[in-house]
Structure formats: structure tokens, C-alpha cells
Design a protein around this ligand. Sequence first.
Ligand code: C5P
Length: 408
Amino acid sequence: MLRGKDIVLIISGGIAAYKSLDLIRRLKERGARVVPVMTNGAQEFITPLAVGALSAEKVFTNLFDREAEHDVGHIRLARDHDLILVAPATANLMAKMAHGITDDLATAVLLATDKPVLAAPAMNPKMWLHEATQRNLETLTERGISFVGPASGEMAERNESGVGRMSEPLEIVAAAEAVLREEAIKAGSLPLANKHVLITSGPTHEPIDPVRFIANRSSGKQGHALARAAFEAGARVTLVSGPVDLPDLANITTIHVESAAAMMAAVEDNLPADIAIMAAAVADWRVASEGAQKIKKDGSGKPPALELTENPDILATIGHQKNLRPRLLIGFAAETQDLLKNARSKLERKNADWIIANDVSPETGVMGGDANTVRLVSQEGVEDWPQMDKAEVARKIIARAGDALNQT
Ligand code: C5P
């Protein structure tokens, strides 16, 4: 979402400005260009030298800069970029924005811009809760300005806590992505805008007794990458995830489940969908009757016999339900042998449109790794894709899904 985007970052004068240095790095590592504008107040807290070094851009500080203003630079700053991000936004800056006051470069850019504006307020809790600030917030929200935070917690001031801390850089990044995505949806440039995509990810845990379970080695990386790619393509995404070690994805509704039965119920609860991608490694079997108490050794030296019973097949169940079946239904086939034969038989048996087949033999490093080599198997035939990282595989699947949906 941020790749290739051009962001003007306005830094105003509050102690939270130190977090803006990290924010610049986070935006840049996601492929954005960051053009900084600093108020005089900001320069009391952090230096233009640090901001310039991290952004690798000229830092704009002065409305009457002869070099920048020979071609009315503040208007170019306001117009030639994709997003104006204000972090931190102090009470003073918010007040000036609300009242159209322009007494420096930052406020001139904010008044002249026709681009989306996202602000991350940071101030003392009393200043935040003051009626003046709350009214300014209302005015700015009505005008279409987006806000992230402030969060609550300890203040830099001694013995003060409450709402007023600037959101953490990664939350600001997620909010910036959401704003840019909304803009792209409005501009009609995202293939899955207004579509609902339902994705399963990760392993399932099937309980044996209150302390033990049957599991598999799925990390959830591929399923989560698909959820992110679908979100970036403009979709509303519901992610049903088994137990994974991955952080929740910003802006994506995630339903956490443990067992196959719970995953099945969550999937049914969240249909209909335009596209469903079943990337979870659902356990084929569960223990027929889960022990209510921890199973103990009985001293006989004989291990207990575990009777297994088959789990519901989520993909096959929705594949065969006429009224629930999404227009595009995609499954995975993780195999260690007879990859294509197994993938083709799954396509038929589960009534899926595509099966993404991958070899998960231990020597491939796919399970838990960052790379994947897949084949797309459909009624039309088999496509071999080169090895890619899981995020690229996800983007390619989602791009193809968008094409397929928009053709029919
Ligand atoms: O039969 P197998 O488990 O190999 O099929 C893999 C595909 O079926 C994957 O897309 C997986 O998410 C889905 N599946 C399912 N429910 C099951 C078993 C597999 O949705 N109980």
C-alpha cells in the first residue's frame, strides 16, 4: 500500500516528535518516500539534521525559503504528494488547522492541500480533553481529516497519565495505509473494492485432554500474506486463523480459533463471500472423545489408545453448498508426494475453482519458511510459478483472483 507513495510528513513541536524519527524509518522500509516539513517548535525537540538523514530528503522548515519558494514550493508540497501526515499534531497545530491560520510553512501546506490528511495528535490529557481541542477535532473530522490516536498511558510529564500519547509508529503506518486504500477505492483503482474475501490460515489444534493437543507445522505465513494482499487490493477481509505466532494484521478482522470444528463454524458465520481462500492446514482427524481430565499413566506400561475421528472438510463443505459457495473458491494442496495428482483430485472432490499446490517435503523449507514454489491447478490446466516469497505468491494469487472475478 505504501510502495511508491509520496508522503509529506509534518512534524510539529511536542515531545512525541522523537517518535517521528522512527516513523520515517517505518514508512521508508515499506517503500514510501517521506518529505519532511518541520515547525519551529519541532526543531526544539529534534533536529532537521536527524530528520534529513533518516528521510534522505531536504527538510522544509521555512515558508519564506528563497530556494524552495522560487516556484511557490509550499503549493507544490501541498499538491504533488499522495498524503499529508501530521505527526505529532499538537493542540496548537490542530487549532490553527481548524481555523485556517497559516503563519508558517506547515500550516500553509495544510491550508493549500487537496490531498488526504491524516493527523496523529499528541498532547497533555487536559489539553486533549479541553472543549477547545474537542471542538477543533470535530470541525476537522467533519472536513474529512482522518485521525489516529491519541492513545492513553503515561505522559512525559511527571505523575500524569491519560489520553494524549501519540500513537506508536506502526499504528500510524497502518492508519496511513487505510487512508491511502480508501483513496484508491474512491478512485476505482483497486480490483477487489467492495468485495468480501474470507481466508483461513494456520494450523488447527485438536485437543486430546485439557493439556495436550494434535497439531501440525503450519506457520500461517502464507494465509496471513493472502489476507494482507486482499486488503491491499481493496477487499473487506475476514481472516479465520488457527493458533499462530504471528501478530494480528492491522485493519483486518481476525477470528482466532483452535480446532477444525471451531474453524468450520467461524467460516460459516462469515459467509457469504465473493472469494474464499482456504489456506489453513486443517487437521484431518480429531480425538473421538476429548478427555475431561489429563490422561495419566496407569502403571501398566501400556500407552492409552487414542481413537480418532474425521474432521469436517471446510473447503469441501462450502464447495458443495450451492447457496453458500463463493464465486471463486480456492484451496491449497500441501503434499510431500504425487503433488499434481493429489491437487487435481482435490479440485474435483472439493469442488474448488483453483488448487494452489505446493511441495512441503522437509527439504523444501516451505513449512514455516518465507519462500514458496507453487502451481496453480484449475480446470484449464496447470501453471508452474517460479519460487517467490510468500508475500509475492499472495499478491499474484490475489491479482489473478481479481482478474477472474472481474471477467465473469
Ligand atoms: O485434503 P487436504 O487437507 O489435503 O486439502 C487441503 C485443502 O483443503 C486446503 O485448502 C485446506 O485448507 C482445506 N481443508 C479444509 N478442511 C479440512 C481439510 C482441508 O478446509 N478439514
